[in-house]
Design a protein around this ligand. Sequence first.
Ligand code: F6P
Length: 543
Amino acid sequence: MALPKIDPTTTKAWNKLLAHYEQHKDTQIKELFAADKDRGKNLMLSWNDFLVDYSKNRITEETLSLLFELAEEVGLKGAIKSYFEGDLINQTEGRAVLHTALRAKKGDKIFVDGENIVDEVFEVREKIKSFSEEVISGKRKGFTGKAFTDVVNIGIGGSDLGPVMVTEALKFYKNHLKMHFVSNVDGDHVHEVLKELDPETTLFVIVSKTFTTQETLTNALTIKKWFLKSAAEKDVALHFAAVSTNLEKIGEFGIADENVFPMWDWVGGRFSLWSAVGLSIALSVGYENFEELLDGAHEMDLHFKEIPFQKNIPVVLALISVWYNNFFGAETEAIIPYTQYLHRFSAYLQQGIMESNGKSVDRNGNRVSHQTGTIIWGEPGTNSQHAFFQLIHQGTKLIPTDFIGFKESLYGDKDHHDKLMANFFAQTEALMNGKTAEEAKAELKKLPEDQLQALYPFKVFEGNKPTNTILIKKLTPKSLGALIALYEHKIFVQGIVWNIFSYDQWGVELGKQLANTILSEMGNSEIGKHDSSTLHLLQFFKE
Ligand code: F6P
């Protein structure tokens, strides 16, 4: 079934939300708490090891029920069914969107073109298992008979960000293999990485869904050239593996068939870490942990698919975000994990969220009249508190923020963890409560009156800044899998509400085309037709 094509601004719920916004836009969150002593308990969802508190938002029961009405009116229920059943919901590319099938259970049945794809998924998973186990145990060896010590993932975008983010996030669970990532076409990136490596003990994994991406192919060829300074052509088969849908191109590179890991066009690059794109993850933390990651995501899939909207974590978080984006005009959202392990989490989600929902044409092919994708940014707490939190607290912009924290730390250092989490809880409280003029004056009461009067306005915090708190028992492969899947489904819900296609990315193509034109002019004496700015810049570069 095709996705519904309903302009959200024409729904009854949208118009009720507009009126509701006018009435409640100045509502103070702390007053909502004062009026309902159980608000903290009422607006909280408990699921597996997750506690999701969405009470510190500018929402009432009525806001929520109107948002759920909106979800019903835009056909979210049917859309979720289409998503999980493999309908061609990536309509502009004629593809299904089935990253959820990559974490299905053995025996599940999901069909694409009449074939049950779960069987193929498990065949590839078996291959990831045996390959990674042989590398980790040292059974698989390099061209001089030595075991591998280092692994280099060569890829960009979804073929890099997911593997980097997860291997960093699961560092606590990792084995002896040293992981490296080469993504940028900037030659200084690859040469810095190669500087540390020994060709005899390094395994290279080329990851590219299309196997046509300029950055990845350039890096792969540079690395192959470097490798061949020490080894023979036939040794490429021992040291290079590849993950792609483009098996023909892989063959041309000289990679042995047994080191080729297929993927499928029903997996989008930015949702592909669950496929063989995650080979580096399995190599870094072992196949069992990789499987746990998939299981965690699968549990979140079931939650999203089966639980009523009112208790459904991705649905609730997605709709609250729509409320700020489309009614309050908030343009950005911050995601702040209170664990250093998740230091690449926001960067990873930037691709997932912004490449998916950065669209301005609706599913009918018309320019949208409403705002779509939010801008995502963030860094771990507490570092971010000492960097950009000032703007969230006292700036002029409304920045809804997700706080992600864990009950237990991995090394169990209570002193550190208590300090970390004290900050975590303090920030959402401070953002909500702010500091009134009276409180600011009371703090300055020792100053002479004229100084107090001059200083206190700068010490006032308006407060009323919305936050969600996602508190998880412990950072494990499983909880990480569930957390990533939560945001994936949030993306889906928002795309449905905004009536856009979330799973194509035509916008990145234009820059690629122009770069190819300019590249062809680099070696020529003649520079082609450009605007005067680009022309002067190119002339300066070439001189
Ligand atoms: O440029 C965008 C993009 O197509 C992403 O969606 C994708 O993750 C990335 O490029 C890399 O593509 P590939 O895996 O085909 O090399």
